[in-house]
Structures are given as structure tokens and as C-alpha cells.
Design a protein around this ligand. Structure first.
Ligand SMILES: CC(C)(COP(=O)(O)OP(=O)(O)OC[C@H]1O[C@@H](n2cnc3c(N)ncnc32)[C@H](O)[C@@H]1OP(=O)(O)O)[C@@H](O)C(=O)NCCC(=O)NCCS
Length: 184
């Protein structure tokens, strides 16, 4: 059965094989991918990502990873991608993130998606810690994470070459206790 989450203005649902073209469009947009550290640098890697996402979505018991298409409800419009991925070694921790097409930027969608992923992680999966990481120059991502209560935890300095610069990744995290106390 397809997993889905409803937010105020969006639906987040399992990626299917039919989303390959949607993902390729996203991955080929250089402005979208400017700060993104994901294996989307060639088409075959995007195809592998989709195949892995579909395989994960077919897991019946103990599912811990969600790679979701973000859509406008009642339409076939693909707004982007969102994910929650549990650390395989530390099953109590997961990473979240999202990548949106440009027409969806700066309208509060990332915050809306982040809140839905936190709800999934803490309330449904009983995680202890959720984090997001982003390029230190990615102001939109930083503000979206902080706006949902994730706190700056540190910077991994210039650990990888990304397109045209050494990327420093900032980490933002939230614990279950903080999530529930901010919900009150
Ligand atoms: C980063 C991204 C997810 C932000 O999504 P978004 O839907 O535009 O973010 P929101 O509208 O929820 O904005 C959250 C805050 O960030 C601000 N913001 C968004 N984009 C910004 C930008 N480029 N520069 C500065 N501030 C920005 C918003 O104004 C808002 O501020 P507020 O809290 O003061 O209201 C989106 O720009 C994107 O998908 N970019 C390409 C992929 C990417 O970088 N993903 C993150 C990988 S780690």
C-alpha cells in the first residue's frame, strides 16, 4: 500500500517508477541542485535512487526509510522530493531533507514538509533524534530547519567538493523531548 502524508497544502507519497522523469527534471536543474549533496549528478544515479526508493517503499515490516514525492493534492504536479532516512547503525536517529522545484520556493513549503517529517519521525517511528544538514551557504534550508525548532549543532568544514566549492555542512538537530515540549 502506498504510504502518504497530508500537510496543509501538499501530499507526500511514496516515489514510484513513474516518477523517474520527475526526478530527472529536478536533478537537471542546476539552480535547484546548487547546494545539494545527493547522488544526482548523472541520470543513472537518479535511476538507481528511484529503484532504491521503490524497493524501500515495498518493505512491509519495520520500515525506517521514506523517500517521498511531494505533490499538489488533486493534481499530478510534482513539487519535489522529501525524505526521512534512519541511520542503519543508530536506529533512533534519522536525517530529513527536501528538494523543491523553483516555483515552490519561499512560500513556506519546506517548513510545512519539515514539520510533517518530524511528526512522522517522532510520533509514528518513536525516534529520539532527527537532524538535517545543509551547505552553510544555503540560507533557505537553514531558515526552514531552524524555523521548525532544529538547533544548530556544528559544522563539518569543507569536507567535500561540490560543483565549484568546498562544501561545509551545517548540522541542525532536534530531540524527541524538545519536539514534544515545543508542541505543547
Ligand atoms: C532550501 C529549500 C528547501 C527551502 O524551501 P522553501 O520552501 O523555499 O523554504 P520556506 O518557504 O519554508 O522558507 C523558510 C524560510 O527561509 C527563507 N528562505 C527560503 N529560501 C531562501 C533563500 N534562498 N534565501 C534566504 N532565505 C530564504 C524563507 O523566506 C523563510 O523565511 P522566514 O522563516 O523568515 O519566513 C528550497 O529552496 C529548495 O528546495 N532549494 C533547492 C534544494 C535544496 O537546497 N534543498 C535543501 C538541501 S539541504
Amino acid at each position: 500500500m502506498t504510504f502518504f502524508l497530508r500537510t496543509e497544502r501538499l501530499v507526500l507519497e511514496d516515489i514510484t517508477h513513474e516518477d523517474l522523469d520527475n526526478l530527472l527534471d529536478l536533478a537537471r536543474d542546476r539552480e535547484v541542485m546548487r547546494w545539494v549533496l545527493m547522488p544526482f549528478d548523472d541520470d543513472s544515479r537518479v535511476k538507481t535512487y528511484v529503484e532504491d526508493a521503490v524497493r524501500t517503499s515495498e518493505q512491509v515490516h519495520g520500515r525506517r526509510d521514506y523517500h517521498l514525492a511531494v505533490r499538489v493534492p488533486g493534481t499530478t504536479v510534482f513539487a519535489g522530493l522529501a525524505f526521512l532516512e534512519t541511520d542503519p547503525a543508530l536506529k533512533s536517529t534519522a536525517e530529513i531533507g527536501c528538494i523543491l522545484h523553483r516555483p515552490f520556493w519561499k512560500q513556506g513549503y519546506a517548513r510545512e514538509i519539515t514539520r510533517a517529517l518530524l511528526r512522522l519521525g517522532f510520533e509514528d517511528l518513536s525516534l529520539h533524534r532527527i537532524y538535517g544538514k545543509c551547505d552553510e551557504q544555503n540560507r533557505g534550508s537553514i531558515k526552514a530547519l531552524e524555523g521548525c525548532g532544529l538547533r544548530y549543532e556544528g559544522t563539518l568544514r569543507e569536507h567535500v567538493w561540490l560543483h565549484d566549492h568546498w562544501r561545509s555542512s551545517q548540522y541542525f538537530g532536534i530531540l524527541d523531548s524538545e519536539y514534544y515540549s515545543q508542541k505543547r
